[in-house]
Design a protein around this ligand. Structure first.
Ligand code: GUN
Length: 301
C-alpha cells in the first residue's frame, strides 16, 4: 500500500492565509501592524542569506512589516546585544529572530537569551524552553510546531500513540518530543547511541526523523501504516542529473518507506515550507499577546 503524502506546501499556504487574515484584523481594528526583525551576522552558513531573504519576502506577503539587520561577520558581541536591546524596546517589533549559526566568536546561548522571551519567535530562549517543558503557554519553535500541526491534522487526537523522535537537538528533537508528550503520546527520543533503534522505530505509530543523515530510515524500521515526519534536509550528489549536480533528500528513504507507512511528508515539500509559515504564525501570535488581545486560533498549540 502506498502512503498518503502530507503536502507541506498546501498546509503552509493555509497557515499563511490564516496569518494574513489576523494581520488584516489587527490592522483594521487596532491600527497595529505586526513586525518581524531578522538579524543575520556574517556568512558562516551560505544558506542563511537565502533563508533570511525568504523570511523577509513572506513576512511582507502576509501584510506584516519586515526589518532586516545584516551585520558584518566581525560584529562584536556588545554591538549585537545593543541591537537586540533596541529591538526588545521597539514597540513596532513583535518578533525577533537571530539567524543561526553565528560566527564562532559570538556566544549563541548568550545572544538568544538576550531576546525578550515574548518576542522570541524562534522559541529558543531558555524561559520558552522551560515553559514548553512544563506544558505552559510559550513561544513554540517553528519546525516542531509545523510537525505537530501536520500530525494533529492527520490523526485528530494523538493521545496514547507511541512516538519515536530520532534526533535530540535543541532546535527540533527535544521540542518535538515535548510537544508530543504534551499531546499525551508515549515518547521515546532515539539518537546515535540508541541500541536497537530499528526495532524501536518499528514499534512506533509516529516516527519523527531529525538527525541530518541522508535516507537513514529504511522501510524495515517502520510499522505498517505508521505516520512518518521527515525533518531532514540533506544535499547529496545527483550524478544522474549531470556533472556536479545535487539533490535534496530527507532522513527517510522515501522510495521504500512510502510503500509501507500510512502517511509521510516528502522532501522537499513536507516540513520545510512549514517552518517559515510557523515563524509568521508565531509573530502574529506574539503581536496579539503583547497587545492583550485574544490570540489567533489555530496558529499555535
Ligand atoms: N538556522 C537554521 N534553522 C534555524 C532556525 O529555525 N532559527 C534560526 N534562528 N536559525 C536557524
Amino acid at each position: 500500500m502506498s502512503a498518503k503524502i502530507i503536502d507541506g506546501k498546501v498546509f503552509a499556504a493555509s497557515i499563511r492565509e490564516k496569518v494574513s487574515t489576523y494581520v488584516a484584523k489587527i490592522k483594521e481594528e487596532h491600527g497595529i501592524t505586526p513586525g518581524l526583525a531578522v538579524i543575520l551576522v556574517g556568512d558562516k552558513d551560505p544558506a542563511s542569506e537565502i533563508y533570511v531573504r525568504n523570511k523577509g519576502k513572506q513576512t511582507v506577503e502576509v501584510g506584516m512589516n519586515s526589518f532586516e539587520h545584516k551585520l558584518s561577520g566581525d560584529t562584536s558581541e556588545e554591538d549585537l546585544l545593543k541591537l537586540i536591546d533596541e529591538l526588545n524596546n521597539d514597540a513596532s517589533v513583535h518578533g525577533i529572530l537571530c539567524q543561526l549559526p553565528l560566527p564562532d566568536h559570538l556566544n549563541e546561548d548568550l545572544v538568544i537569551n538576550a531576546i525578550a522571551p515574548d518576542k522570541d519567535v524562534d522559541g529558543f530562549h531558555i524561559s520558552n524552553v522551560g515553559l514548553l517543558n512544563t506544558g505552559q503557554k510559550s513561544m513554540v519553535p517553528c519546525t516542531p510546531l509545523g510537525c505537530l500541526m501536520m500530525l494533529r491534522d492527520h490523526h485528530g487526537s494523538l493521545s496514547g500513540l507511541n512516538a519515536v523522535v530520532v534526533g535530540r537537538s535543541n532546535i527540533v528533537g527535544k521540542p518535538v518530543a515535548n510537544l508530543l508528550l504534551n499531546d499525551s503520546c508515549t515518547v521515546t527520543i532515539a539518537h546515535s547511541r540508541t541500541k536497537n533503534i530499528e526495532a524501536l522505530c518499528a514499534a512506533a505509530d509516529i516516527v519523527v526523523a531529525a538527525v541530518g543523515r541522508p535516507e537513514m530510515i529504511k522501510a524495515d524500521w517502520i510499522k505498517e501504516g505508521a505516520t512518518v515526519i521527515d525533518v531532514g534536509i540533506n544535499r547529496i550528489p545527483a550524478p544522474e542529473r549531470g556533472d556536479g549536480k545535487m539533490r535534496l533528500v530527507g532522513d527517510v528513504d522515501f522510495a521504500s518507506v512510502s510503500q509501507k507507512a500510512g502517511a509521510i511528508t516528502p522532501v522537499p515539500g513536507g516540513v520545510g515550507p512549514m517552518t517559515i509559515a510557523c515563524l509568521l504564525a508565531n509573530t502574529v501570535t506574539a503581536c496579539y499577546r503583547v497587545n492583550g488581545l485574544v490570540e489567533p486560533k489555530g496558529l499555535t498549540v
